[in-house]
Design a protein around this ligand. Sequence first.
Ligand code: NFS
Length: 621
Amino acid sequence: MSEKSIDQATLKMLSKAKADNVSLAWDRLAAQEPQCGFGQLGVCCRNCNMGPCRVDPFGDGPSEGVCGATADTIVARNLVRAIAAGAASHSDHGRGIASTLYASAKGHAPDYPVKDEVKLKALAKEFGIAVEDRTSQEIALEVAETVLDEFGTRKGSLQFVNRVPLKRKEIWDKLGITPRGIDREVVECMHRTHIGVDNDYVSLILQGMRTALSDGWGGSIVATEISDILFGTPQPIKGSCNLGVLQADQVNIILHGHEPTLSDILVHAARAPELLAAAKEKGASGINVCGMCCTGNEILMRHGVPLAGNFLQQELAIVTGAVEAMVVDIQCIMPSLPQVAACYHTKVISTSPKAKFPGAEHIPFDEHNAMEVAEKIVLAAVENFSNRRPERVNIPSDRMDYMAGFSVEAILSALGGSLDPLLNAIKSGAIKGIVGVVGCNNPKYKHDQSHINFVNELIKNNVLVVATGCAAIACGKYGLLLPEAAKNAGDGLRAVCEALKIPPVLHMGSCVDISRIMTVAAAIANALGVDISDLPLAGAAPEWMSEKAVSIGTYVVSSGIFTILGTVPPVLGSKNVAELLTSGAEGVVGAVFAVEEDPVAAADLAVKHIEKKRLALGLEP
Ligand code: NFS
């Protein structure tokens, strides 16, 4: 068991699942083994019905598919389709939030008033929208319409690319990878990867980069900015995390998925006195709403809502036997949840028309009468409390406090209003550089181990870490999001953290909030008058698994930031593609990918890279 996770709560629930005869992701992985070697190398193609085809990586069998596609073409096409899926997911999430702002401004979504007018106005100005003598509703309407236009096809380029330094924009323009419309890039990926369209791996990967950039400087940034406007810009906040946040004597509701549209309102709904009274009538002492995965990050950043865990803990939360309802919207929700729930009393409630789950109850969420639906969902959970089977309940005691909520605005205010203290700390070498640690869990690797070992090495080496997604949740569980964690940091970083009262690992939000990291990176580059690729920065996804992570990695590299992947991507079947991503891209976008499964060696790569960039900037390495 101990080879599966480093997290005690997870290990305890793995044992309970075994005793309860429940099969989990790890068991299903074992049933898949040995996994398909062709798939692992990326050399199988199902894009047309002359196939499926596969290219023999050892040169003994066929070297091309029926249409003549080589390993280069097939690997590149598969990669580009993964990027398109990832970019589409972040961006469609962004569109959903922008549509909610539109409905709110039109007066059709009364439960979503604008919460951050300052941010609304700042965004309006960025888009050249007038703010003087206008109501916030008028501004919100024009902002929503303008932002929704970013998804279309008629624009020359996306507005948010103007945040990056001119040098970076020139690189993108020269390569022809400045993103045009968000939807347009995704559609073009699907077109180009259809049989017989784009067969040149370089051309395909450039389109993959353009699409990824339409995510990082398009859809994801829309999701972040508009969420801040509607739900409030996060500020440092304290809370606790891991499965120990579940309460034995309360109605436990877990919000799992990604969109704050549902989760934010549900947090408020659960505080209604009538619902609390109903819970008491059922014998519960209260209603405990907890988050999971990125929607958890959204509500913890804004409300300090306890966080039950990261991606590989979703089934385990149900295994505690103490969850009345797992409410899900979109993305990273295992289709196995209703099967796991069938062994306990948990109700899995799906809410999005885009994401249905056989075996789950579907309560369609509707932004037009959001509070009403949210209350209905909470009531369903409350009513389920009497079905809890006490003999099946076992909540691990493991929980940890955290501090989260480091939006760009919050970082600036911690720094006293300007980036200067951070720039000075970097120049003096107190902070050597910054690494963004993001991404998922993957049962092929020991749960949380790579995240934690990687991050610990970095802070020891005076590297400030900014984290999002399931990586940030991992950090939370091991106390790395507490200011006290600075005691494990190198002297320079420790002194900065102590002076500013911040943790050495800053939780910046959900995965769409990697846009916050990119915004900070661009702002630092602009302040120093250099390109992003000149900065002592790196990105890492130590345990990634999703297509969204592929898009993220690609936009981070395309923005000029060296990125280390801790799990091997399915590209090794093409030497040319692998070479382009890990070395050729340097001369093109000024950054490359590295693949390193060992987190300590990966940290060493990041530190060496930071030293190299410092030296080139004329700073002490
Ligand atoms: Ni990111 Fe968030 Fe987690 Fe991975 Fe999934 S929840 S959007 S994809 S698994 S980090």
